[in-house]
Structures are given as C-alpha cells and as structure tokens.
Design a protein around this ligand. Structure first.
Ligand code: HEC
Length: 138
C-alpha cells in the first residue's frame, strides 16, 4: 500500500517536473521571439514607426540606446514609441536637453542613470541630446 503511494508520488513529481521543463522551454522561446522582435525594433522602436526621415532616424537611434541601457529597469517606457509620447511622459521636453529629465538624469549630465552600469558613451549621449534638441516645439 505504502509502495503504491510512493510510486504514485514519484509519478506525480515526474509529471510536474516535465511540465516545468516544457513551460521553461516555452518561456525561452517567447523570450527569443521577443528579442528578435526588439532587434527588428532597434531601428524601428516598434513596428508602427519607420526610420526613414532624419527625425525618425533620430528617434529610432534614441529608442535603441534607451532599449539597450534603460529598459531593463524602466520597462514601462516601452509604451513611448513616438516623440509625442515621450513628451507626454514628461521625461522629454521638445527642443531642450536641459529641460529633459531623460537627459539630465544621465551620468553624462551629472545624474545617476543608468544606475549600476557604465556611463553612456559620448556618441550615445550625443545621439540622445540631438534627438531631444531637434524635436520641433509644437
Ligand atoms: C538598474 C536600474 C536602472 C537603470 C538601468 C536605469 N534606471 Fe533610471 N531609474 C532607476 C530607478 C530605481 C529610478 C527611481 C529612483 C531614482 O530616481 O534614483 C530611476 C529614475 C529615473 C528617472 C527619473 C524618472 C522620473 O519620473 O522622474 C529618469 C529620467 C531615469 N531614471 C532615466 C534613466 C535612463 C535615461 C536610463 C538609461 C540610460 C536609466 N534611467 C537606466 C533605475 C534604473
């Protein structure tokens, strides 16, 4: 009797374990899917924004830098996919790097971002500054 229960228990455990493995594999697959999308994105920020005009190219480049260095913590920023959305977020002020928290919080500008990792390169910093500075004030 006890042995049968033990066999059942072991079967149960094995079954649960297999589920876990399958689930883990699915998760990995999702992750890869997401990553391959976001690397398409890295020029496009997302499917809905093209990187054709100079203004779009600046946004695309900024999105890539932010994706690379900020979104591990600021995952909520994924919803900002246009200049307008960034302005509405309050983190970007059109035409002014000094008035944009996204810029002034950077280590490059005397702030503390990105926390726990290297200061953005001068090129990356400049790309963000160029993007913000050249957004047309409405
Ligand atoms: C390791 C995690 C981490 C990374 C990476 C990171 N941040 Fe942050 N960030 C935080 C935390 C935590 C806060 C809130 C506390 C604070 O202000 O220090 C914050 C706050 C901010 C704020 C203020 C937000 C507000 O609403 O006032 C800005 C702007 C900001 N981060 C910009 C950036 C930028 C730009 C990057 C990428 C270059 C970045 N952060 C990368 C953790 C991170």
């Amino acid at each position: 009797m006890l042995d049968i229960n033990r066999v059942k228990f072991l079967k149960g455990i094995t079954f649960a374990f297999l589920h876990l493995v399958v689930f883990a594999l699915i998760c990995v697959a999702c992750g890869q899917d997401y990553n391959s999308n976001s690397s398409d994105d890295h020029l496009g920020a997302n499917a809905s924004s093209a990187c054709t005009t100079n203004a779009q190219k600046r946004l695309c480049e900024a999105q890539q830098i932010i994706g690379d260095h900020c979104k591990s913590c600021h995952s909520g920023w994924t919803i900002y996919t246009s200049d307008d959305a960034w302005i509405r977020s309050g983190l970007v002020s059109a035409g002014s790097a000094q008035a944009s928290k996204l810029i002034t919080n950077l280590k490059n500008a005397g702030g503390s971002m990105p926390v726990g990792s290297d200061t953005l390169s001068q090129e990356e910093y400049q790309a963000l500054v160029d993007w913000v500075t050249q957004i047309k004030v409405q």
